[in-house]
Structure formats: structure tokens, C-alpha cells
Design a protein around this ligand. Structure first.
Ligand code: AMP
Length: 304
């Protein structure tokens, strides 16, 4: 079984949705991704927290088998994000971002993490993503996320890191901003001609599209009756497909497609509760059973 290295944010999130709110709860891209991946593979995490980060959150990550020896604890406060969702749950509206210790975060990859099979570069400064890549032996697969802030503010640095990335995973608004067109198919063609071999576009409740060469694969999001909090769906999606790939080592198109469904399964569980609460009680058999439901959801017969 392969190991996944995850670099990203650890956060206290304050989230309001039409269905409730939560204050200073555990979040962050590295936490959602690592926790989702931990159901499939070994995970090493590199991130930073402040002095205010409680041991109970560390204990939770450890209980999931996540290796947190790469989690730096620095003087100051942990990164904080405050966001809100309206009834159109697809888009988070950021109300406040306090970078705190994340502002000067220069990840140091521990010696024992420097040979990852897969690497996920969460949404951080593209120069910092490049610095992480330089610290590790070339993994079999590197995936990267980003956000509008970097697309607008550090476009050249972002394109530079994308040349060394296998899979770019972004949401549809980010894809349009990066590709400079409203049509996702055109955007995908442009992005793939300039860097990553695959592009995965996350489309919230509409699922995801994966572009690879001339092939496109689409998955819906799992239809749920209640979505109290969509935070973390994107990162759990990535943790799910990367963790699954790490566990199988099958990077064929078929293997990738199955992995994307596992990603969608993990995203669907994540949005069933605030923070990581649903993942805390999740069992692997629940994952398998929803995978099968996904198969039924999308199955249809070829015309004869
Ligand atoms: P998503 O999977 O896209 O819903 O990601 C949600 C997570 O991203 C939240 O738990 C936030 O703490 C984290 N986040 C939001 N803004 C930033 C940022 N500027 N840098 C790093 N992480 C962020």
C-alpha cells in the first residue's frame, strides 16, 4: 500500500449555513484531505498550527492513523476561516480569513516523509507548493489545488508549479478564471496543453468532471436529502480519490475513474454534518455501500 503526503491548512472554521452554524470547529484543507484519505491508505501530514490548537484534535487525527509528526506548532494563533453559505450551497462566501501562523508558513518536509508515493499540494501559495516539491523525491503522482486569490495574484508562479503537477483539482469558477473562458471544455483543453496531464473540475452539488487527453469522465454528487454544511467537500473528495489510488497503485484510466467515485463518496459523507463530525463515526463498510449506490445511480445500458 502506498503512502500519501498531504500539505495544506489546518484551521478553526466558523461556518454559517441555512441549516445551522458552528464556531471555531476543526477544519482546513489538510485535515479534510488527510482524514478522508486515511480510510484507504497511510497519510503523512505537513501543516502548521498555533499554540491554541488543542490536543484533542491531534488525538483525532492520530486515531485515524494520520502521521502528524510533520505538523509544526508555532508561536501564535492557528489559521481561522469564517464563511457562510446561502441556499445555493455550492459557493462559500468568505467573511473573514485570519492567516495567523499560516502567513509565514514555510513547510519543512521531515526526512521520513521525503519519498511519498503520492503528494497533495493543498491550496497554499504556489511558490510554497514549488518549495515542497523541491524537498521530495518525485512521487508517482502529484496533485495540486489552488484558489482565485493565487490565480489572480500569482498566476506565473502558479503556471510554474503546474508544469510539475500531474493532476490539477479546482472548482469550476477557478477553472474558468485560470483558463480565461466560460466554457469548461475549452478551459480544460487550454490548461492541459500548458501543464498538468489531468484536470479535475469540482462542481459542488453537480459532481465533478475529469479531463485527460481527449477523454472526459463525469460523476454526479450523491443526492442527499440534507446537506447541513458543504465545507470540506472538495478536500475530502481529493483525499478520497488520492487515498484510494495510493491503496491500489492502479493509475490506469479505469483505476482513476473508480477512484473519482470514492472521492465523491467521501465528499458526500463530509457534507452530512458540520466540520468532520460525520467522518468521525464513519466505517469502511459505509463507504463500500455508498460506492455501490453510486454505481446504481449512474448505471445505464448501452444502446443496441
Ligand atoms: P473546501 O474543501 O473547498 O470546502 O475547503 C474548505 C477548507 O478550506 C476550510 O476548512 C477552510 O479552513 C480552508 N480554507 C479556506 N480559505 C483558506 C485559505 N485562504 N488558505 C487555506 N485554507 C483555506
Amino acid at each position: 500500500m502506498g503512502r500519501l503526503l498531504v500539505v495544506g491548512s489546518v484551521a478553526f472554521d466558523t461556518v454559517r449555513t441555512p441549516f445551522g452554524e458552528a464556531t471555531d470547529v476543526l477544519g482546513g484543507s489538510a485535515v479534510y484531505c488527510s482524514t478522508a484519505a486515511s480510510f484507504f491508505a497511510g497519510v503523512n501530514m505537513v501543516a502548521v498550527v498555533g499554540e491554541d490548537f488543542p490536543d484533542e484534535h491531534l488525538a483525532f487525527l492520530k486515531s485515524r492513523g494520520v502521521d502528524v509528526s510533520g505538523l509544526e506548532r508555532r508561536q501564535g494563533r492557528t489559521f481561522r476561516w469564517r464563511g457562510e453559505y446561502t441556499y445555493a450551497l455550492n459557493e462559500a462566501h468568505t467573511l473573514e480569513t485570519q492567516l495567523n501562523v499560516l502567513e509565514s508558513f514555510r513547510p519543512k518536509v521531515p526526512e521520513s516523509y521525503r519519498n511519498p508515493d503520492l503528494l497533495f499540494l493543498g491550496n497554499i501559495d504556489p511558490d510554497v507548493q514549488t518549495a515542497v516539491l523541491r524537498q521530495v523525491a518525485r512521487p508517482r503522482l502529484v496533485a495540486c489545488d489552488t484558489m482565485n486569490f493565487w490565480i489572480e495574484g500569482k498566476r506565473d508562479a502558479l503556471w510554474a508549479v503546474l508544469r510539475d503537477v500531474d493532476v490539477l483539482v479546482i472548482n469550476d469558477a477557478e477553472a474558468r478564471a485560470l483558463g480565461g473562458d466560460s466554457n469548461l471544455v475549452k478551459v480544460a483543453k487550454d490548461i492541459l496543453s500548458r501543464g498538468p496531464r489531468r484536470l479535475i473540475v469540482k462542481r459542488g452539488e453537480y459532481g465533478a468532471l475529469m479531463f485527460h487527453g481527449t477523454q472526459v469522465f463525469g460523476t454526479p454528487a450523491f443526492p442527499l436529502e440534507q446537506v447541513p454544511d458543504p465545507t470540506g467537500a472538495g478536500d475530502a473528495f481529493t483525499g478520497g480519490w488520492m487515498g484510494y489510488l495510493a491503496s491500489t497503485g492502479d493509475f490506469s484510466e479505469t483505476g482513476f475513474r473508480r477512484a473519482i467515485i470514492f472521492g465523491s463518496v467521501m465528499a458526500s459523507f463530509t457534507v452530512e454534518a458540520f466540520s468532520l463530525d460525520r467522518l468521525r463515526t464513519l466505517h469502511y463498510k459505509d463507504i463500500e455501500s455508498r460506492f455501490r449506490e453510486f454505481k446504481r445511480l449512474t448505471h445505464f445500458e448501452e444502446i443496441s
